[in-house]
Design a binder for this molecule. Structure first.
Ligand code: SF4
Ligand code: SF4
Length: 171
């Protein structure tokens, strides 16, 4: 599998598609791109996605605690901001996520990890730009075609299940 070609294709799919038809960064002063005062913010990289970002000096990499298929997921930090055309897939799809149910169905959802960060979190999925929703769905379909990226999506969906469970405890 040529991951450079694969992610170049996925990046292009979401190059010009944004959650709303206006710049949603104007609602929150781009909070999803800012580090918390005490906490450096990192994004999970999809399997082998580092091939896209290795040559960019605004990024640094580490291993996260999240595992899929016996491998540790890499995490990327941006300092202070990335070049927009190089932003990783996690940032391109945020705050939506191509979620895989336990039985293996793909559904585009508002990512519960956006709670407390993103002002769009409370919107119904239908209130997001149609092109953006379709783009995230398309990316999900492509990720499902490859064993490793499918495993990654499935395990990340289980992490999202845990997040939902912990949110429900507070309701
Ligand atoms: S936090 Fe949400 S509203 Fe703000 S820039 Fe990020 S995606 Fe847009
Ligand atoms: S990589 Fe870019 S889009 Fe993603 S959080 Fe950092 S600055 Fe924002």
């Amino acid at each position: 599998m040529d991951y450079k070609e694969f992610y170049t294709y996925l990046y292009r799919k979401l190059n010009k598609r944004t959650p709303q038809l206006f710049d949603c960064g104007s609602l929150c002063e781009n909070i999803c791109c800012k580090d918390d005062e005490d906490d450096k913010m990192g994004m999970y990289l999809f399997p082998h996605e580092e091939v896209m970002l290795n040559n960019c000096d605004t990024f640094s990499f580490d291993e996260s605690d999240f595992e899929y298929g016996g491998k540790k997921c890499k995490i990327v930090y941006c300092k202070p901001f990335c070049k927009r055309n190089l932003r990783p897939l996690s940032c391109r799809i945020f705050p939506l996520f191509p979620y895989i149910t336990v039985s293996g169905d793909l559904k585009v959802i508002v990512d519960p990890r956006a709670r407390g960060i993103c002002p769009l979190y409370k919107l119904d999925i239908s209130e997001f730009s149609t092109k953006f929703r379709r783009g995230v769905k398309h990316v999900g379909i492509e990720l499902m075609k490859n064993r490793e990226t499918r495993e990654f999506l499935f395990e990340l969906s289980r992490l999202i299940d845990d997040e939902v469970e912990s949110i429900l405890k507070f309701i």
